[in-house]
Ligand binder design. Structure first.
Ligand code: NAD
Length: 260
């Protein structure tokens, strides 16, 4: 039987106790997070109702490696959006802290995040347990050589007036250490995430539309390996039909209640 809250798929009127009971019986939990867990920290998501791409479909080009490498104007826009983004100065919220509590209970095996904001580690989740499958905005790398520095160093150059800073080592194109559309994921990270999904007894997906592959594929992988699936999101996701429980609502309230 499947449970969900109103607003998402039909089911039990109050699925929270059911989700809590699944979590209480789980010994090896994999958590998969998306942009929705960080909106309460002031970082907008992309595809949510108020998402950056929902409001401005052109903004998607900033996350496409072909446009980024081929068009200096796109790079300038991408760097401007980094400077203006609230992400660098943001702080973890109640949802991030709830996942730290889950780790402290001793059942969190791996936290796979699609987010690039570093807030899980800032909240206190162990770095080794976190897989940043789409990279991190906390570092900048050169696309031609091994140059890699903290984002703050490039921010200083941007704030000093450079619009499209180049690599001081080789003159190459600089880019945040994120993985854009058209770039390969780090195979080792993906393999680790897949092994974790195959070996868990509960997968908790939080704040993602679950529509970006191959990460979204972790949900069916876990399901077919026998894990229970719990989804927490503010609107329906592409994987709700696979879930044992769907909790539909604000992550900042639901996640602490689920994990408390
Ligand atoms: P998405 O933008 O596709 O979807 C986010 C989902 O979370 C939506 O369904 C939205 O309705 C829901 N949501 C937003 N705030 C919520 C809240 N407070 N409570 C409940 N639900 C909420 O997210 P995605 O699929 O994770 O993102 C796609 C890509 O965008 C990711 O790969 C990621 O790299 C990137 N991204 C990262 C950040 C970040 O690091 N914080 C922010 C934006 C986008």
């Amino acid at each position: 039987m499947k449970a969900s809250a109103s607003g998402c798929a039909s089911g039990l009127a109050n699925p929270l106790p059911w989700a809590k009971s699944l979590l209480d019986h789980a010994k090896r939990v994999v958590v998969l997070t998306g942009a929705g867990i960080s909106t309460d920290s002031g970082i907008p998501d992309f595809r949510g109702p108020e998402g950056l791409w929902t409001r401005d479909p052109e903004a998607e080009k900033l996350s496409d490696i072909c446009y980024y490498l081929g068009d200096p104007e796109i790079r300038k826009k991408a760097w401007r959006s980094r400077v203006e983004s609230p992400a660098m100065g943001s702080h973890p919220n109640a949802g991030h802290h709830a996942l730290v509590a889950l780790e402290q209970r001793g059942v969190l095996h791996t936290l796979v995040t699609q987010n690039i904001d570093g807030l899980h580690q800032l909240a206190g989740n162990t770095t080794e347990r976190v897989i940043e499958i789409h990279g991190t905005m906390r570092f900048v790398r050169c696309m031609s050589c091994i140059y890699r520095v903290p984002m703050e160093e490039v921010m200083e150059r941007l704030n000093a007036g450079e619009a499209d800073p180049d690599c001081p080592a080789c003159g190459g194109i600089l880019k945040s250490a994120t993985i854009s559309f058209g770039q390969n994921l780090v195979l080792e990270d993906l393999a680790r995430a897949e092994r974790a999904a195959q070996g868990c007894d509960l997968l908790l997906a939080v704040g993602s539309t679950l529509s970006v592959y191959p990460v979204a594929g972790l949900v069916p992988l876990a399901k077919h390996s026998g894990a229970k699936i719990v989804i927490v999101n503010g609107e329906p996701t592409a994987m709700d039909s696979l879930a044992d429980v769907v909790l539909c609502g604000g992550i900042g309230e639901l996640l602490p209640s689920l994990i408390a």
